[in-house]
Design a protein around this ligand. Structure first.
Ligand code: AKG
Ligand code: FE2
Length: 230
């Protein structure tokens, strides 16, 4: 695998201020085309290898309002063994520099080996990653596969500024479609979010979620990662 500069196509620094503004206003900022063409091909190969060992999850998450999980996952503790290259990318200095700038404070890696970087695959009709907030402040989500059209489902749904899960059904909730190679950054501990169900057979949505935190803030606050990735 190439180094991170070949995998990521980071926005140019002159755009960072406006991205930061959007992120601080909404708790979400789209990073379209964050992955380069070669990066997408290489991460796609890594994801397919990881998926061979992935675990199917179908349950309701008790600590998140019993919201549905229908998905296939690989936790960070498995990724580090099977795909050390992903762990290297997770720790990339330039990438973390961008994230620190968007947050407006210093960003550090998560110590928890399970939750720091995970792979989520939605691949059956009805597959969904139900309503929740994350344990750590930042989620950088990288799209390796995505349904082609917004009506196919697999949309990120979130409510800026609200962490209560009911907010996802209240006015002000937003839905966004992403393409393969896109990324987004979410203020994931304070922003209720979920992924809408896949609407038909033959669709796939595969993401890597890189979790980051701020200095001194380590340790999961809920049991959700243990249930979904353990
Ligand atoms: O797949 C997504 O867009 C969101 C993933 C997510 O919320 C998570 O892994 O905690
Ligand atoms: Fe999340």
């Amino acid at each position: 695998m190439r180094d991170a500069s070949a995998v990521f196509s980071l926005p140019v620094p002159t755009r960072w201020a406006s991205l930061r503004q959007r992120f601080s206003a909404d708790g979400y900022v789209a990073l379209p085309g964050l992955i380069s063409a070669t990066g997408l091909a290489e991460l796609g190969r890594e994801a397919r290898r990881l998926e061979a060992d992935a675990v199917r999850r179908d349950f309701r998450m008790p600590c998140m309002g019993d919201s549905h999980r229908h998905m296939t996952t690989v936790g960070g503790h498995r990724i580090v063994r099977a795909s050390p290259v992903i762990t290297r990318l997770y720790q990339d200095r330039d990438l973390m520099g961008l994230l620190s700038s968007l947050l407006g404070e210093s960003v550090v890696t998560v110590h928890d080996p399970v939750e720091r970087h995970v792979l989520n695959v939605l691949h059956r009709p009805g597959d969904t990653h139900g309503a929740h907030t994350d344990d750590y402040p930042l989620a950088l989500v990288l799209f390796l596969e995505a349904p082609p059209h917004p009506t196919d489902g697999g949309l990120l749904e979130f409510h800026p500024g609200r962490s209560d899960l009911d907010a996802l059904d209240a006015p002000g909730a937003r839905r966004v479609h992403h393409h393969p190679a896109d990324g987004y950054l979410l203020r994931s501990d304070l922003t209720a979010h979920r992924v809408t169900p896949l609407e038909r057979p033959g669709l796939r949505r595969t993401v890597l979620n890189f979790a980051y935190t701020t200095p001194g803030r380590q340790g999961a606050t809920t049991s959700s990662a243990a249930l979904l990735y353990g």
